[in-house]
Design a protein around this ligand. Structure first.
Ligand code: GBH
Length: 496
């Protein structure tokens, strides 16, 4: 009996999600496009003077960490095929393209002692190709690929990283700033810090759980803020760009109406999005993080909170250091308060005292961490808008994977339509969202998951030395959407 009920229930859900697609056009000024990242697409890992980064090191020295021992030595070969990439973007009809710059391609040692002109030329060529095709570059300065020599001295938990990052960013602004109006200092710093220094999920695979991720974050935030001030002082007058940071989070839906669960759901988002967004807007970590990590640290016998403290001067310097907020949204969780009297575990995840789970009816994809929950998009956009007082928001990533067995990727068409509908609903709600870049333009190297999860609109043949790109069915959907700026049949569209 319950199975039939479940079936009826899911039919209702599917039914409503189809009929409720927002039929209003996106405003003309709304930025629409696709996204990639350097390490995941460029290849040419040691060509033209590029230095080694922490992902090169992992793939070559510790290959079993990666699905099938795969690596990104060639990846999509975009280092050689960027013109073809731009032609595909042009054909798709995007107004913006988000890509990242590889630090070790520009500064092979991570330091200023070597500046690699050939690496600089690559991005100059890419940017001028984009501009020649009327595509606005949205540039991520750092998407996880730290130069190995900087990791050799400790990476992000060593505060020297602040100076190194700021001087790298200066080289970037100096060389590309005249042509770039949108900058993202860091992509998903939580993954850099948690994945890299706590949970063993990302390079450099240091397990310093409960300490390392907080230290990493502290320095990374200072590097962000100092870069913002440096841009204001040295470049803003001439270059007039906008600087943001891209933060990833789930939407957390309370498991019940109980106050404890409602607070737990909000707390989880404070621990993920707020961990970064609160400092760069209000100058300091969210109160609830200071309280929870502080109390647990004391109970555990530490001499001070594992969450580092900003000084008064640092708070002053950290405040209001973004022109926009980037949001990467893929999936949601159900959240409930966790009764943790003992408070023994030393870990960011445990510090928040929230239990999470996926609803069984949420559809799965090739990525076990990604359940399809389109309504979370509207909710998280409203949450960000409310918590950071209407700062402009760009959805810098959103997308879904499959395993590459078919080019008929209806799952992706539905995913994009339903999530973009959530973005359009958020606009109706008065949320100041100004852009959206879909992850991803093409299949690429999915970090430890190698090439097993395909997120692309275009498929890439990784067995073909030419790395041939082929449009999936979702390309026609996306093309139509970009041409009309509308998610339903043209005859049913209404003006923005
Ligand atoms: C984004 O992160 C990244 O910015 C982008 O580079 C990436 O290609 C894209 O997602 C798609 O994956 O190891 O199975 O426990 C999204 C957030 C956080 C999702 C870490 C995967 C680890 C899953 N990611 N998470 S698992």
């Amino acid at each position: 009996m319950w199975k039939i009920e479940l079936l009826i229930y899911s039919l209702v859900i599917v039914g409503t999600s189809c009929s409720s697609v927002n039929n209003k056009k996106f405003p003309d000024s709304f930025l629409l496009g696709t996204a990639t990242a350097a390490y995941q697409i460029e290849g040419a890992w040691n060509e033209d003077g590029k230095g080694e980064n922490i992902w090169d090191r992992t793939c070559h020295s510790d290959p079993t960490r990666i699905f099938n021992n795969e690596n990104a030595d060639i990846a999509c070969d975009s280092y050689h095929k960027y013109k073809e990439d731009v032609a595909l973007l042009k054909d798709l009809g995007v107004s913006v393209y988000r890509f990242s710059i590889s630090w070790s391609r520009i500064l092979p040692t991570g330091y200023l002692n070597e500046i690699n002109q050939l690496g600089i030329n690559y991005y100059k060529n890419l940017i001028s190709e984009l501009k020649a095709n009327n595509i606005e570059p949205l540039v991520t300065i750092f998407h996880w690929d730290l130069p190995q020599p900087l990791q050799d001295i400790g990476g992000f938990p060593n505060d020297r990283i602040i100076r190194r990052y700021v001087e790298y960013a200066r080289v970037v602004f100096d060389n590309f700033g005249d042509d770039v109006k949108y900058w993202i200092t860091f992509n998903e710093p939580k993954q850099t810090c948690r994945g890299g220094y706590a949970a063993l999920g990302d390079a450099p695979f240091i397990n310093s759980s409960g300490i390392g991720e907080y230290l990493c974050t502290h320095n990374l935030l200072k590097a962000h803020a100092e870069t913002y001030h440096m841009y204001n002082k040295e470049f803003r007058d001439k270059q007039n760009g906008h600087i943001g940071i891209t933060i990833d989070t789930v939407w957390a839906e309370p498991d019940s109406k109980d106050k404890a669960d409602v607070e737990a759901a909000d707390r989880l988002i404070q621990f993920t999005y707020g961990w970064y967004a609160h400092p760069v807007t209000h100058g300091d970590y969210p109160e609830v993080m200071k309280q929870f990590v502080g109390e647990r640290s004391a109970k555990q016998g530490f001499s001070e909170s594992r969450l580092p403290k900003f000084s008064k001067a640092e708070i002053h310097g950290m405040k209001n250091t973004v022109d926009f907020l980037g949001l990467n949204y893929y999936t949601s969780v159900m959240a409930k308060h966790k009764n943790d009297e003992e408070k023994t575990a030393i870990d960011w995840d445990q510090d928040s005292e929230v239990d999470t789970y996926f609803k069984p009816e949420w559809p799965s994809t090739a990525s076990s961490w990604l359940k399809i929950v389109p309504w979370g998009m509207r909710k998280i956009l409203n949450w960000v808008n409310k918590n950071y007082e209407g700062l402009p928001i760009i959805v810098t990533e959103n997308g879904v994977s499959e395993n590459g067995t078919t080019l008929e990727d209806d799952v992706r068409i539905d995913y994009y339509r339903d999530h973009l509908s959530g973005v359009r609903d958020a606009l109706d709600d008065g949320v100041n969202v100004i852009g959206y870049t879909a992850w991803s333009m093409m299949d690429n190297f999915e970090w430890t998951r190698g090439y097993s999860e395909k997120f692309g609109l275009y498929s890439v043949d990784f067995n073909d030395p030419e790395r041939k790109r082929t449009p999936k069915k979702s390309v026609s959907f996306f093309k139509q959407f970009l041409a009309t700026r509308c998610l339903v049949e043209e005859s049913k569209c209404v003006a923005a």
